[in-house]
Design a protein around this ligand. Structure first.
Ligand code: SAM
Length: 251
């Protein structure tokens, strides 16, 4: 259950400083940011902390999210591939999140000179809830959905991480021109994801030519733990990318 999951009431209440300490902004001398009341929402219930906390701002925003990041292989491969970008893995399992956190910490420690892996972090969260609490409208340029749980049975389909409702949340947090990347070894789930993104007015499928030219696709195919497992079992990998379209102008 989500009882122990804390969510910021809005993206402005999210303190990213402990996740990306190398990107914490120097506090400005003149107009310092006013203190923001720290509060969090757990299962719809707002918990106000007694202490007033000053949120440390970052010099730049998180722009890439890996939804259900598992053991973090994609994050670790993306870190040097997009060194100027902050990338966040979101994972619901406590022990797996902790594993990825420790893995990133160790990689950072091994890279004192080059200062690699400062731009990736992991956060425990249920991405089926409260995505817009973490990210502002249009904040993300890329979302990765790699080998999501298939939930084969029809009565379990509502648990799938791609749906009409969730796609509207992805549309909200991804900026026009941004890309949602999907990959799975389950043909039925691939069909399901394509159908739901195709049906959504905010997305269009990226052409195969453009897809194959995107360096992130090669990384996604080879670097996730699940992708490696599928490779070992000589399974098929189905890839589909969707571009976030501009919103239509209001009449
Ligand atoms: N993306 C990784 C990879 O390709 O190796 C992991 C794939 S694994 C099959 C699916 C992951 O999604 C699991 O680690 C699971 O805990 C996580 N997950 C499932 N539902 C989730 C949710 N609602 N929010 C966040 N993570 C979730």
């Amino acid at each position: 259950s989500d009882h122990h999951l804390a969510y910021p009431p809005s993206p402005d209440h999210m303190d990213w400083s402990s996740l990306y300490p190398d990107y914490v902004a120097e506090e400005s001398q003149e107009g310092e940011a006013p203190p923001v009341k720290a509060s969090s929402v757990a299962d719809g219930q707002e918990i106000e902390s007694a202490a007033q906390k000053l949120i440390k701002r970052l010099t730049q925003d998180v722009e890439v999210a890996d939804i259900g990041c598992g053991f973090g292989g994609l994050l670790i491969a993306l870190a040097p591939a997009m060194p100027q970008t902050l990338v966040l893995g979101l994972e619901i399992r406590v022990s797996v999140t902790q594993f990825v956190e420790d893995r990133i910490k160790a990689l950072r420690a091994q890279s004192q000179e080059q200062k690699l892996y400062r731009n990736i972090a992991v956060l425990r969260a249920n991405t089926m809830k409260f995505m817009p609490n973490f990210f502002r409208k249009g904040q993300l340029s890329k979302i990765f959905i790699c080998f999501p749980d298939p939930h084969f049975k029809t009565r379990k389909h509502k648990q799938r991480i791609v749906s009409t409702t969730l796609n509207s949340e992805y549309a909200y947090v991804v900026r026009p021109g941004g890309i949602v990347y999907t990959i799975t070894d389950v043909p039925d789930l691939h069909g399901w994801m394509v159908q739901h993104f195709d049906a959504h007015s905010s997305f269009e499928r990226v052409s195969e030519e453009e897809q194959e030219a995107d360096p992130c696709v090669a990384i996604m195919r080879s670097e996730t733990e699940e992708g490696k497992k599928v490779e070992r079992n000589s399974g098929q990998k189905h890839v589909a990318l969707f571009r976030r379209l501009e919103d239509p102008p209001f009449d």
